[in-house]
Design a protein. Structure first.
Length: 141
């Protein structure tokens, strides 16, 4: 059975994408720990990150870094967080988010009340920052 992320990637469920390429996508999570919290996900469904081939994991990390730079610029973040938890959904995903304190890394602090309008605004800020940093070809509109 396809993971929820595969369903989002395939358009069966909605997603606010900010990046799309042949191997990976990035979209906003619906339960962010901070504004601009993005998930970077491989298109290929793999349960555990350490089971990925090195080239695919390297590409995923590269996308996370590019998206992270854009998120940092878009939200004037002092630092960026990167987290691989892998407990919630059996599909590798990297959490990329503005890190303001160590509490930011606690996913149990995620907002459950974020509005669609807030998510749309956050996505557009990240897309604009990606375009400004030269990654417009990967921006998902």
């Amino acid at each position: 059975m396809a993971s929820v992320f595969t369903k989002i990637i395939n358009g069966e469920l909605p997603g606010r994408f900010v990046w799309k390429d042949g191997q990976a996508v990035a979209f906003l999570t619906i339960e962010p720990v901070t504004e601009g919290h993005v998930l970077v996900v491989p298109r290929k469904e793999v349960d555990h990150w350490e089971q990925m081939d090195t080239a695919s994991f390297t590409h995923l990390a590269d996308v996370a870094q590019q998206v992270g730079r854009a998120v940092k610029a878009a939200f004037d973040a002092p630092r960026m967080g990167l987290l691989i938890a892998g407990l919630e959904i059996p599909h590798v995903h990297l959490h990329v988010f503005p890190a303001k304190s160590m509490e930011t890394f606690d996913l149990s602090n995620a907002r459950k009340d974020i509005t669609p309008e807030e998510l749309d605004a956050d996505a557009e800020k990240i897309r604009a920052a990606l375009r400004a940093t030269g990654y417009g070809e990967y921006v998902a509109d």
